[in-house]
Design a protein around this ligand. Structure first.
Ligand code: CFM
Ligand code: HCA
Length: 529
């Protein structure tokens, strides 16, 4: 019988930690309806890779919008951390300003914490108006703001009155919720309430679309737009990579929403369907097969034979252009194995691109994915901020052509999952091979232990664990920032990815270093005692 890597990893934990972490791991068995616990609080003291609610709101969703100023109301470190590291590219075009190379923060100090920080925030707005005169200002709260009770909404309302601009304040204090995910909800709900539906841009064609959940990391969004425009689509807005408030305001006028990142934005698609009747389609522009399938799904949605023909023509042209390169990379990488641990949808999406290159995923997990990302249950709109909810899943279950929508606690969710056979699976688990591993909220100790047991040829994750993994002698690539490379999306991105992997895997550097633990014992301790 093959070894159960999960059991070996869990061995060193004390009883309490063992019980908790056990629920977050599984070995894939397609014969079973497997469940996994996710979107729960990380155990204090454990080195989780997760970020905070502020990171999800300001860093992920609001940060990439270029024609507005986002002020971090808080200590300078929060603003600095969320400035530039995510590589959400944007360029100034025509009259549209681009503020994303600036970092705006109130730089709260002790006196502000003691006496309140609203005066400083108001002053920051005055300065920004004088220097930059933007049409939109967003305010993002950090932890101390919630603790001392600064009324940032009142400051925003006052600024709107005084300057005649749009000013929206987000109570996205870092401690809310259990991860970045709460921040995505708060940011998107704000855009839904205050921006979407307020613009009057009229799309020029009926093939008008928005791309939701595309943040233009390393230029991914630009590669998608290149392909879509070549076919004849009009991209009205992108949420939020290289995004514009003015376009997001008119996004309700588009005919179709594409959902690229499922985790950070799925509920907005459903809310726009309910409020404005815009249909949505899940897409995946990572990997050749995913890209081709997504383009065909779009053509099928519009149902126009001419568009379908043009789609096939572009697919054929693009594939012809990349096929020799992809074949060369595949010849080198075929049969290799990979581990993937990224925040949300990428751990799933990149498995297809790896497959295009002959690489098999042996371990995958999300930092903050919800159970639907793993198990594949359809999600319904999240009208409420889920910042205060604990372990709450919002699901849609289809049975006998009826849809069951609900807010459920973990307990209720489990009960329902057991009672109703779930027929729609699009989650990551179902797409993985038997005997591979799925681990939620993987921590540093577990990452190192799984490396030791599964020995993947390459490990894809983020900045927090990259160097530990690399020093252990394994190629480690960042799937968040793309290690300063990209784009990786679409046809051309696939070849860039193949090129980067070949460079990384076959670099002679691996033969020139002997990690210290190869020839001497290292210190061992017990985790969780
Ligand atoms: Fe969506 Fe993202 Fe991801 Fe994400 Fe993120 Fe990101 Fe990510 Mo880093 S929105 S869930 S909150 S695809 S920032 S662009 S790379 S963890 S897997
Ligand atoms: C975030 C942003 C992040 C962090 C990346 C990393 C990103 O979660 O705040 O840990 O390497 O993609 O930049 O996910």
């Amino acid at each position: 019988m093959s070894i159960d890597a999960n059991a070996v990893v869990l061995e060193r934990y004390n009883a309490k930690v063992f019980k908790n972490r056990k629920e977050h791991m599984l070995k894939v068995n397609p014969a079973e309806d497997q469940i996994i616990i996710a979107n729960t609080r990380a155990i204090p003291g454990i080195m989780t890779n997760r970020g905070c609610c502020y990171a999800g709101c300001k860093g992920v969703v609001l940060g990439p919008i270029k024609d507005m100023v986002t002020i971090t109301h808080g200590p300078v470190g929060c603003g600095f951390y969320s400035w530039g590291t995510r590589r959400n590219k944007a360029k100034a075009e025509g009259d549209t300003p681009n503020y994303i190379q600036y970092c705006f923060t109130t730089d709260m100090q002790e006196p502000d914490i003691v006496f309140g920080g609203t005066k400083k925030l108001k002053k920051a707005i005055d300065e920004i108006m004088e220097l930059m005169h933007p049409k939109t200002i967003m305010i993002a709260a950090t932890c101390p703001v919630g603790l001392i009770g600064d009324d940032i909404q009142a400051v925003a309302a006052e600024a709107e009155q005084e300057y005649g601009i749009r000013c929206v304040a987000y109570s996205c204090e870092g401690y809310k919720g259990v991860s970045q995910s709460a921040g995505h909800h708060i940011a998107n709900n704000g855009l839904m309430k205050r921006v979407i539906g307020t613009g009057d841009y009229e799309p020029a064609t009926k093939y008008s679309i928005n791309i939701l959940g595309e943040y233009n990391i390393g230029g991914d969004g630009w590669e998608q737009e290149r392909i879509l425009k070549k076919i004849g689509y009009e991209v009205v807005s992108v949420f939020t990579g290289d995004g514009e408030v003015e376009r997001i305001a008119s996004s309700h006028k588009a005919n179709l929403n594409l959902v690229q990142c499922h985790r950070s934005i799925n509920y907005i698609a459903e809310m726009m369907k309910t409020k404005y009747g815009v249909d949505w389609l899940k897409v995946n522009f990572i990997g050749l097969e995913g890209t081709v399938q997504s383009l065909r799904d779009m053509a099928a949605y519009f149902g126009d034979p001419e568009l379908a023909q043009r789609t096939e023509q572009v697919i054929a042209e693009e594939l012809a252009e990349v096929q020799d390169q992809m074949a060369a990379y595949k010849a080198r990488l075929n049969g290799k194995t990979a581990a993937l641990f990224v925040g949300g949808s990428r751990s799933h999406h990149y498995q297809g691109l790896l497959q295009d290159l002959g690489i098999k995923t042996v371990l995958a997990g999300y930092e903050f994915g919800h159970r639907d990302d793993y198990e594949g249950r359809e999600i319904i709109p999240n009208i409420k901020d889920d910042a205060d909810s604990k372990n709450i899943e919002h699901i849609t279950v289809e049975k006998d052509e009826k849809k069951y929508h609900a807010y459920l606690t973990q307990e209720q969710y489990d009960k329902l999952a057991a009672e109703i056979p779930l027929e729609k699976y699009h989650g990551m688990i179902r797409d993985m091979d038997e005997g591979t591993y799925v681990v939620d909220d993987l921590n540093m100790y577990e990452a190192e232990k799984f490396m030791e047991i599964l020995k993947p040829d390459m490990f894809f994750s983020g900045i927090k664990d990259k160097y530990a993994l690399q020093k252990a002698g394994t190629l480690s690539r960042q799937l968040h920032s793309y290690d300063y490379s990209g784009p990786y999306a679409g046809f051309k991105g696939a070849t860039q990815f193949g090129y980067d992997l070949c460079m990384g895997y076959f670099t002679p550097a691996w033969h020139m270093v002997t990690p210290p633990w190869k020839n001497r014992a290292t210190l061992q301790g017990t985790v969780g005692e």
